[in-house]
Design a protein around this ligand. Structure first.
Ligand code: NAG
Ligand code: NAG
Ligand code: NAG
Ligand code: NAG
Ligand code: NAG
Ligand code: NAG
Ligand code: NAG
Ligand code: NAG
Ligand code: NAG
Ligand code: NAG
Length: 539
């Protein structure tokens, strides 16, 4: 049934498509938007990303035949934002927007490619500026640019790109979808909150939804481990030692020893096992931690509490150690300090060692760009929209617990009003997955399910889940089945290909369960087959 739906456009949708030219595309737009270019890309050709896209310079290769479009739109004040749109000849009748990452400004051409391979008309916004994902300098004294990044550019791009799509194919769009991870996850949830009409289905991975707390925390957590000269500093050369001890203690505690820490919150971890013996002179070479270092380690695994005992942010999960980029250097990664310097306006001379709780208060007051997502998604529920969200438990950049924190607060906001959250918003943990994609080499977790940004990690022309092109294994198709057929996903099967290449065989498959259920081995059958598992509540 769904297969038929997905090929429908191939049979009928594109028959009357207009010519792929700037003048034709321009005719679909109001005077506030102007076409930069529109030209056809032949099947199997490469799209040449225009020079100057700092955020996403990679050229998508081996594309299906499509019309490549770029548009500039006038926004608040004296600002503009741009977006790119791929209109495949073999259109499936649907629209898909993809998200961005970090503070990046640029059209995410490379992540548009997989969408167009399914047949979606696929759009990405540049969020209104031009920068790499770790660079926030553009935001300094530019509240309007920050507002574009926060929500205006995505919404405005969606509206204009839908206009173009319907006009180009001479046909109404059947359904509208979104897929993004990290900042992209935030953009998706923000759309649900502010612009419920934009989408029917939103796939939101590892959402950076609490911008005003996430970035102060990024700074604060790095300071737990600084300066390098402190006796409490844990050098990154010891992270593998810590990771191995966590795996040793926590992997068996989750019920099955398989290298994946599947229940980090349920693990009774004793860091004291890492304590150095009295005769150790060099802790790095001995692979052990001193008492002051153990104190630091405990802080990484503990929620951040702000002024007056207020909750500030969730902690890093046990099992996230292989991706501790936030804690490895002699300074925080730029996302934290750049947010404070340029979004909050403390300026380029602000020193991260001066971090204090006043900064959190300021961030709460300003919430630059209204980027933080609120909990009231009732309007999106009312219009029948669906959200499918997920987060890798081994995420070392955005703590995994921030997603159930959001989900549970949405429940607390909506359930008293008689709204059943399960009806429209479901959250799935991905044990062993790092930030948005991937798994540590010795963990080999089944992390792939065609989530946002994932396909390009498996290969240049990959889309969906090769060998398993159905809504049980592919989160985007699960979203489509939920929206169009009412089939709400109870779990999604994650896949791990040998060496993360689709040329090789499948190493493992396992259900990713709808929170708060967890996957439990039935005790029968191959542990690497999904059918040997079921999703259960642990209480
Ligand atoms: C559509 O929904 C029906 C039940 O309503 C179910 O039996 C069927 O498997 C679903 N098909 C797809 C493709 O999701
Ligand atoms: C989109 O189309 C609507 C209706 O045709 C029009 O009012 C609106 O100005 C258009 N928006 C853009 C950005 O072109
Ligand atoms: C697509 O292009 C690649 C590289 O140019 C080539 O190897 C391949 O044969 C082409 N495939 C098709 C179907 O034309
Ligand atoms: C984006 O920034 C890069 C690097 O600063 C610059 O070379 C490029 O011209 C800029 N592109 C646009 C479109 O402004
Ligand atoms: C608007 O932006 C243009 C181009 O960057 C600049 O030349 C102009 O001075 C700006 N106008 C205002 C009112 O800021
Ligand atoms: C420290 O003592 C233990 C036994 O107490 C011994 O096994 C170990 O080799 C010693 N380590 C060093 C660095 O001397
Ligand atoms: C400990 O050993 C490491 C690796 O050999 C070395 O780089 C470091 O300088 C040593 N530290 C001390 C305090 O001797
Ligand atoms: C903490 O309490 C003090 C005194 O009531 C108040 O001034 C301050 O704003 C509070 N801070 C936060 C973050 O709530
Ligand atoms: C953004 O924040 C400002 C200041 O808090 C507020 O006045 C405005 O209504 C917000 N915008 C939206 C779209 O909610
Ligand atoms: C996977 O990678 C390993 C190490 O590079 C290699 O030995 C092995 O042949 C690869 N297997 C496949 C199926 O690609």
């Amino acid at each position: 049934m769904l297969g038929l739906l997905l090929t429908y456009g191939a049979l009928c949708g594109a028959a009357n498509a207009l010519e792929c030219s700037s003048s034709v595309i321009q005719s679909a737009l109001s005077s506030s938007a102007s076409v930069n270019f529109a030209y056809p890309v032949e099947a199997n050709e490469t799209f040449q990303v225009p020079r100057g896209d700092t955020g996403y310079p990679t050229n998508p290769v081996g594309l299906p035949a499509l019309c490549a479009v770029s548009v500039q739109v006038q926004s608040v004040g004296n600002t503009t934002f741009g977006f790119g749109l791929f209109l495949p000849s073999d259109w499936n009748g649907r629209f898909l927007a993809v998200g961005n990452g970090g503070f990046a400004g640029g059209i995410n051409w490379i992540d548009m490619a997989p969408g167009s391979r399914y047949g979606f008309a696929t759009m990405s916004t540049d969020t209104g500026h031009n920068s790499s994902s770790f660079d926030g300098t553009w935001a300094y004294n530019q509240p309007e640019k920050v507002e574009n990044w926060g929500h205006l550019a995505m919404h405005g791009s969606v509206v204009a790109a839908k206009n173009i799509t319907a006009s180009f194919y001479q046909k109404e769009i059947s359904y509208n979808y979104y897929s993004g991870c990290s900042t992209g996850g935030r953009q998706g949830l923000k759309e649900a909150e502010y612009y419920p009409e934009d989408f029917d289905g939103i796939l939101a991975g590892a959402p950076a939804w609490w911008t005003s707390h996430l970035q102060p925390w990024t700074t604060k957590v790095a300071l737990y481990n600084l300066p390098l000269s402190a006796d409490y500093h844990i050098p990154s050369t010891l992270f593998p030692t810590i990771a191995a001890e966590v795996q040793k203690q926590c992997d068996p505690q989750d019920g099955l020893k398989d290298n994946i820490v599947s229940d980090p919150q349920g693990c009774n971890f004793r860091p004291e096992e890492l304590l150095c013996a009295s005769n150790v002179t060099n802790t790095t070479t001995s692979g052990c931690l001193t008492s002051p270092q153990l104190d630091t380690l405990n802080k990484f695994y503990t929620d951040s509490i702000g002024e007056n005992q207020t909750f500030a942010f969730t902690h890093l999960y046990l099992g996230s150690e292989p991706q501790w980029l936030l804690l490895s250097e002699d300074k925080p990664i730029p996302l934290g300090p750049d947010y404070i310097k340029y979004f909050l306006g403390l300026g380029p001379d602000w020193n991260f060692y001066d971090y204090n709780e006043d900064i959190q208060r300021l961030a709460d007051e300003l919430d630059p760009g209204n980027a933080t997502v609120g909990f009231d998604l009732s309007a999106y529920h009312a219009k029948g929209g669906k959200i499918l969200s997920y987060h890798g438990m081994a995420d070392g950049l955005i703590p995994a617990g921030s997603s159930p924190y959001y989900y549970n607060h949405v429940i607390c906001t909506l359930q008293p009003r008689g709204i059943s959250v399960d009806e429209f918003y479901r959250f799935f943990f991905v044990p062993g997955m790092q930030h948005c994609a991937g798994t540590a080499a010795n963990v080999n977790a089944p992390w792939y399910f065609a989530g946002a940004n994932q396909a390009i990690d498996l290969g240049d022309t990959v889309y969906g889940v090769p060998g398993f092109r159905d809504e049980k294994h592919d989160a985007l198709l699960a979203m489509v089945a939920w929206v169009e057929n009412g089939t709400a996903p109870e779990h999604i099967i994650g896949t791990k290909y040998v060496n993360d290449t689709t040329q090789a065989e499948v190493l493992r498959q396992r259900p990713l369960c709808m929170y708060p259920k967890q996957a439990k081995y039935t005790g029968n059958g191959d542990v690497d087959e999904a059918s040997s598992w079921k999703c259960e509540l642990l209480y």
